[in-house]
Design a binder for this molecule. Structure first.
Ligand code: ZN
Length: 96
């Protein structure tokens, strides 16, 4: 056997490896099957969490944008009432 001490140790938990329950991970390290599965699951969960977080942030930004648009509409309406331009809710200088 050409296995040295390093290759007999799990690269994840650093405990002694037994051939019957060891697998090789993406980096070519020998690891426990259970450690590998845990690492893979964790990685997947992290990616999932990240995407969920991004979605959540996007939703929050949209809500903020919605609120700002409504607020700006209200401000424009108030502006138009004050200035007597009640026709258009938008500020444009088309007619000069
Ligand atoms: Zn391990």
């Amino acid at each position: 056997m050409a296995l040295d001490d390093e290759s007999k140790t799990c690269a994840i938990c650093h405990e002694t490896l037994r051939l019957e329950n060891c697998v090789i991970d993406e980096q070519g390290h020998a690891v426990h099957k259970s450690c590998y599965l845990r690492a893979v699951t964790k990685a997947k969960r992290t990616t999932y969490d990240e995407t969920e977080e991004l979605l959540q942030q996007a939703r929050e930004l949209r809500e903020i944008a919605d609120r700002l648009i409504k607020k700006s509409d209200a401000l424009l309406t108030a502006y138009n009432k004050l200035t007597g331009h009640s026709k258009s809710p938008k500020v444009d200088r088309a007619q000069d």
